[in-house]
Design a binder for this molecule. Structure first.
Ligand code: SF4
Ligand code: SF4
Length: 452
């Protein structure tokens, strides 16, 4: 095992609240009667729909073809009939075409129809990359960046280290924790597959030290492997962010506007590694994922293997609630997205559903900035959130860009510590959207962005 590490500056330690679900083994969620599968679940162009109303589909059938290389395939998560194609918001608020499929047939429990194809060791690198591309794998930690692009860097970028991200620093979430405990061997196989694919020398599995059972289990498994080691990390949000993880693991800073490949590494979430294993060994595309369903008012919180496209409402009905929720967040409380419509489906990047009661989601009115500097001290990206917010409010986007808006990782640490309850991160999300869309002005009197 490697020596305990952490990133050097900033960060916060919100209440973890992981004990609500961390001891609950992964179980299958009920089979949904209807799924709504968005064609835009990833960074990059939406997939092109290749089915139409009335078509019959099986689990794993391609329904959306990747639209160019910076896109990802989309597959049916159940067998049934295509009922319609609708345009609705995804959990992160983007409008996307969605394929609505009604389940048909019989089932006893939720069993995947994919069979093991034998050992992967003889498969060529090209074939491995082809299987990962075809399976529509994207980063399951939340960013949903198409994995086949990340794993295929330009020739001049030599990758020496693969970092497996098992940090799971967001409060409440425990799906990666359970996956490491229950599918550790498969994650190690996923690491070995990617080591072969990218010809990397070493792999490091980063895990925060509030998951000692996972650290010890993965360390036992690593003892049998060459050049794969566990790196325990001190609890400090956002330790799981790519740049902060690389800093803690290798002591290297990814330059502004750069990527992990610029410092010779690739970071991959442990859930993604498990999907890589399933894609290469079982030819299984992403049709399901583990979702933490949690909150103090959830009767049966836990980690549920859930079909992509399942409406949030179905899952909440299955888990039961002791009171009407005030707020439902997709993801964790720091970086998640509040949902206004519980018909929104689970997508590849959905790590959790967090239900908050009236008491837990008390909103405070924003007060004027008192120039305390707390947000600057908390920012892990060395930014000045209070100044950035002033520039955003004044529509001075060029200056905002110059002082590092695009270095902001939207971790929410600044908003968390602000005694004036200013939702700083929302100004930065909005600023990025405006700059990218080339708009020059925004009226700041209205709610900033349809997120929390
Ligand atoms: S400015 Fe961005 S990176 Fe810095 S704390 Fe706020 S959200 Fe995080
Ligand atoms: S933490 Fe809030 S009040 Fe303090 S300087 Fe930053 S924005 Fe202003």
């Amino acid at each position: 095992m490697l020596k305990l590490s952490r990133f050097k500056r900033g960060g916060v330690h919100p209440p973890e609240n992981k004990d609500i679900s961390s001891q609950r083994s992964i179980i299958n969620a009920d089979m949904p009667k209807i799924v709504k599968i968005p064609l835009q679940q990833h960074a990059g162009a939406p997939a092109t729909c290749i089915v139409k109303e009335g078509d019959s589909v099986k689990e794993g059938d391609l329904i959306g073809q990747a639209n160019g290389s910076f896109s990802a395939n989309i597959h049916s998560s159940i067998q049934g009939t295509v009922k319609s194609i609708v345009k609705e918001p995804t959990p992160i608020g983007f409008l996307s075409d969605m394929v609505v499929i009604e389940f048909e047939g019989t089932f006893s429990g939720q069993v995947n129809s994919f069979q093991k194809k034998g050992s992967w060791e003889h498969i060529s690198r090209d074939e491995i990359l082809k299987k990962i591309t075809s399976a529509g794998i994207v980063g399951l930690g939340g960013a949903a960046f198409p994995t086949h692009i990340k794993l295929n860097p330009p020739k001049e970028k030599k990758i020496h280290t693969l970092i497996a991200n098992g940090v799971e620093c967001e409060p409440y979430l425990t799906c990666d924790h359970r996956l490491m405990l229950e599918k550790g061997l498969e994650i190690i196989e996923g690491i070995k597959i990617l080591k072969k694919l990218m010809n990397v020398e070493q792999a490091i599995i980063g895990i925060e030290n509030n998951k000692m059972d996972a650290i010890s289990h993965m360390d036992d498994l690593c003892n049998k492997e060459k050049n794969i080691g566990v790196l325990p990390l001190k609890v400090n949000y956002p330790q799981g962010a790519e740049k902060q993880l690389i800093l803690a693991a290798l002591g290297k800073e990814v330059p502004t506007g750069g990527l992990p490949m610029d410092v010779g590494c690739v970071v991959t979430n442990v859930g993604t590694l498990y999907s890589v294993y399933e894609a290469v060994v079982y030819d299984k595309p992403i049709v399901d994922r583990i979702v933490t369903i949690t909150g103090n008012t959830v009767k049966k919180p836990g980690n549920y293997k859930t079909k992509i496209g399942t409406p949030i409402k179905d899952l909440l009905d299955e888990c039961g609630l002791t009171e009407k929720p005030k707020k439902v967040i997709i993801g964790g409380p720091m970086m998640g997205f509040t949902q206004h419509n519980l018909d929104t489906p689970i997508v590849k990047g959905t790590s959790g559903i967090l239900v908050l009661s009236e008491k837990e989601s008390k909103e405070h009115d924003e007060q004027p900035c008192i120039r305390c500097g707390e947000c600057i001290r908390a920012c892990p990206a060395y930014l000045m959130p209070c100044t950035m917010k002033d520039l955003s409010q004044a529509n001075r986007f060029e200056e905002l860009k110059k002082i590092g808006l695009f270095d902001c990782i939207e971790c929410g640490c600044c908003s968390y510590v602000c005694p004036s309850h200013i939702k700083l991160v929302q100004y930065f999300r909005l600023g990025k959207v405006i700059i990218k869309s080339d708009k020059k002005y925004i009226e700041h009197k209205t709610p900033v962005i349809p997120f929390n």
